[in-house]
Structure formats: structure tokens, C-alpha cells
Design a protein around this ligand. Structure first.
Ligand code: GLN
Length: 307
């Protein structure tokens, strides 16, 4: 099976594709990323980790946090309540699109991976105030990664908070239609902190492993989430995890995955291992170009497609 030398070769093969993309710039703090960075970790159930690239480099989760928040809220509130506020269908639209919200009756977001749906999910994180709600989510991240030192980037959170006008407008729409009933500013505060949770690709791969093992953490022997919740999350990764490129990704790569505009990709190869990648150069849909190339090489070489 894969080894470090092979993985390093894949990284070298994928790196040149960085020039076809660019780093996210609509969140000013993300402009500082180096488009040529690329790191990957593969985490196996027996605790073996195979890595390549600068694995100590940390990046924020951005949209990858949406799958973690979804699992958390499903565990806390249950499926029935969560899916009253957010649907299960892919959109085919960009992640921050407002367009479909008005077309659908009732006007609930189509799925929890687009921003409107993710904001509705974050709204359902319980707690007395933003600090307590964020702390509860972060504690869940600590359990998923086995690393209680993980925190968030204040700079990235602040930068997004100051510029998230489109996300604010999605919140106001959701509030108008009764999907959320809290004030918009605290929700934006919580959401931008959630998106700014920061880790390296090894931590990310470890979260992927938990999803791959149906919610069970084999490293700490910890049944973190019920299997049916892990399954719901993996299904969303397949249908909506790579935004409006999810169909093509399923055909070419076929691994449940979730991307973020920091260039991260979390992938879960069911029953086998978790994969974490950071490569900040993005294509026009907001997915890591080099990350997708790496996953394609891995999937083709080792027949990882679930289909
Ligand atoms: N924080 C980002 C936003 O809401 C996350 C988007 C993403 O990673 N696609 O715009």
C-alpha cells in the first residue's frame, strides 16, 4: 500500500497545478497563504500516519468546519429537529449563493454544506452565549483530533467577521423566514470563529479517520458519534462536500470529502483511513487544485473510489 516515498512523489506531481489557481482573497487574512504549499497526511486505524509536505503548517478549516458542526448538532438536537431547518439536496450553485433560497417553498436552505445551511446549523449549537457555544464545539474538535491544544485563528476570524456582508445577508434572509431566531451579529461571531479553527493536515486526517470508521475513534477507543450520524455526514460529503463540483469529484475521485477555501480537504475512505490535505491554491469553485489532484492520484493508484 501507499508509503512515504510514493506520497512524496504524488505531492511533487500535484504541486505544479498550483499555478492554475489562486488563494482565496475575499477573506483578507487568507491572502497571506502561499499558493505553493502542499501537505498531506493519511491516518490509518492502527495509528499509522503517512505524510508528505510541510505537515506542521497549520490552516483554518473554513467550510470543513461545516461537517463537524453538523455532526455535533445532529448529536445534540437529533435528525428531526435539524432537518426541519435545513434540507438534504445538492444545489449545483456556488457555496455562498443566495439564489435558490427565494425559489424554494418553504424557503429553508437546501443543504448544510452551503453557507446558508451551515449558518442554520451553527445557529443550533446550544449554549448560554457565543463563548460557551464555541467552547462546546471546540471541545468536540479536541475529542475528534485527540489534541486539546487546537484553537482558532483570531486574525482570520476577525478578518472574516469584518467583511462577511454576503453571509450577513443570508442570515437576515433566514431570520426573516424563521429559520433562525437569534441576532445576526452573535451568530456571525460564532460562525467566523468556527471557520477559523486551525490545525495541521495530520489533525485533519484524524478527523477523516473518525468519519471513515463510522464515528468510532480507533486510536482512543472512543465511540465519538453514533454510526448513523457519521453516515449522514459522509453522504453529505459525497453529494455536496466539494460545493458545485461534487458530481465531477464523485466520478473522478469517488471519496467522501469536504473542502474549505483555506485549501483544506478532509476525506474519509470508509473502513480504511482518513486523509487531510492543505493546498491553498483554489480553482474557480473554491476547491484546492493541488489537493484534488493529489486525491485523484491516490484514488486511481489505489482504487479508493467507493462506487
Ligand atoms: N468562512 C467561509 C465563508 O463562509 C467558508 C467558505 C468556504 O470554505 N467555502 O465564506
Amino acid at each position: 500500500m501507499y508509503n512515504e516515498t510514493q506520497l512524496q512523489q504524488f505531492v511533487e506531481q500535484a504541486k505544479p497545478y498550483a499555478k492554475y489557481g489562486k488563494v482565496a482573497d475575499y477573506i483578507p487574512a487568507l491572502r497571506k497563504a502561499d499558493p505553493n504549499d502542499l501537505s498531506i497526511a493519511i491516518y490509518a486505524p492502527d495509528g499509522t500516519v503517512v505524510c508528505a509536505g510541510d505537515t506542521q503548517e497549520k490552516a483554518t478549516l473554513q467550510s470543513i468546519s461545516k461537517i463537524i458542526a453538523l455532526a455535533f448538532v445532529l448529536m445534540n438536537r437529533g435528525e428531526e429537529e435539524v432537518f426541519k431547518k435545513v434540507g438534504m439536496e445538492p444545489t449545483g450553485d456556488p457555496f455562498n449563493s443566495i439564489a435558490k433560497l427565494e425559489e424554494k417553498q418553504p424557503p429553508k436552505p437546501l443543504n448544510p454544506m452551503i453557507n446558508a445551511g451551515a449558518l442554520a446549523v451553527t445557529h443550533m449549537i446550544d449554549g448560554a452565549d457565543v463563548d460557551e457555544r464555541f467552547h462546546r464545539l471546540l471541545t468536540f474538535v479536541h475529542r475528534l483530533t485527540g489534541d486539546s491544544a487546537i484553537t482558532y485563528s483570531k486574525e482570520v476570524a476577525q478578518s472574516e467577521f469584518e467583511t462577511a456582508f454576503l453571509n450577513r445577508s443570508l442570515c437576515y434572509f433566514l431570520k426573516q423566514h424563521g429559520i433562525i431566531d437569534e441576532d445576526v451579529e452573535p451568530l456571525m461571531d460564532l460562525y467566523t470563529k468556527q471557520c477559523a479553527i486551525e490545525m495541521n493536515c495530520i489533525d485533519l486526517a484524524r478527523i477523516g479517520l473518525v468519519f471513515a470508521m463510522d464515528g468510532f475513534d480507533p486510536i482512543q477507543n472512543d465511540p465519538i458519534m453514533p454510526p448513523h450520524i457519521a453516515r449522514i455526514c459522509k453522504t453529505f460529503m459525497v453529494t455536496c462536500g466539494m460545493y458545485n463540483a461534487s458530481g465531477e469529484f464523485a466520478i473522478k475521485i469517488g471519496i467522501p470529502a469536504k473542502s474549505g477555501v483555506s485549501g483544506g480537504i478532509l476525506a474519509a475512505v470508509p473502513g480504511r483511513f482518513g486523509i487531510g490535505i492543505f493546498g491553498p491554491s483554489l480553482d474557480e469553485k473554491g476547491n484546492s487544485i493541488t489537493g484534488m489532484k493529489l486525491l485523484e492520484l491516490l484514488s486511481k493508484t489505489y482504487s479508493l473510489s467507493i462506487f
